[in-house]
Design a protein around this ligand. Structure first.
Ligand SMILES: [Zn+2]
Ligand SMILES: [Zn+2]
Length: 105
């Protein structure tokens, strides 16, 4: 997975991190400089990425919550992490999960 960082118009302290998903979508999530939070997009095919502070921890909590609700029955995820560089020069953490059986777009 290759993540691209884009600055956001008129918001110099916000970065948008996206990738070209195999299903054809372009999922994106934003991170605001200095915030103790991570945002995510869960693609239609089941791939999901988190961007920001404690991205991996938050991804794991998100998946655990879905599993507890029975939303991911029968799906196994492989978790990965990456790092991208923000427009302001700092690294931003990225964590993503790939389902063993992605859904069709
Ligand atoms: Zn997708
Ligand atoms: Zn899609």
């Amino acid at each position: 997975m290759e993540f691209l960082v884009r600055p956001v118009r008129n918001q110099p302290d916000v970065a948008e991190v996206r990738y070209d998903c195999e299903c054809g979508c372009k999922p994106r999530a934003r991170y605001q400089k200095g915030k103790d939070e991570a945002n995510h997009e869960h693609c239609c095919c089941g791939r999901v990425h988190f961007v920001g502070a404690k991205a991996e921890e938050r991804l794991q909590a998100y998946l655990a919550d879905r599993r507890a609700k029975g939303e991911d029955a029968g799906i196994a995820y492989a978790l990965h992490t990456a790092s991208v560089q923000a427009p302001w020069g700092e690294p931003i953490g990225v964590a993503y999960a790939l389902p063993d059986k992605p859904k069709a777009h």
